[in-house]
Design a protein around this ligand. Sequence first.
Ligand SMILES: [Zn+2]
Length: 189
Amino acid sequence: MKFCSECAKPISLLVPEGDNRQRYTCLHCDIIHYQNPRIIAGTLPTYQGQVLLCKRAIEPRKGYWTLPAGFMENGETTEEGALRETLEEANARILNPHLYTMIAVPHISQVHIFFHGELADLNFSSGPESLEVQLFDEADIPWKELAFPTISTTLRRYFTDRQHTNNKDQNTPFPTHVFDIPEKNKLKL
Ligand SMILES: [Zn+2]
């Protein structure tokens, strides 16, 4: 950030009084331009054990496979954002979504949130941000062509959870997992 979005004058990076870290501050109109993490909301849609993935039509990671997800919009809940992205990228609807993974990615100041749910039907198709949308068996997951670490981690947890709940009621949701990537890179406060 170089210029104030209010008055267009050059901006200073300094620690405001009473704060403990540097902020982009406009000394002309006295505004502090706070920057905070962004939330990416998405889903892990499954159908009889298969997982729905989208091949990205846009950068970053164009041509790589991802779960349907994107930046939350103002005024929506995390679940609404996740379902909207799933509809936009894959024309897919899921039943009974429940929070599955919440992953902080501090080195890029993002939080990724995925809801798991079964597909309502098989009438999915590529939205404008996807080249292809496809169901995959566990054995066919393109592990080396996945777009982001949060995608591969969420998929790995899902296949592990499924193994451990094979004989249980199909309607019982999997446990929610909350963790960070990289997992060892804890914030030192
Ligand atoms: Zn200003």
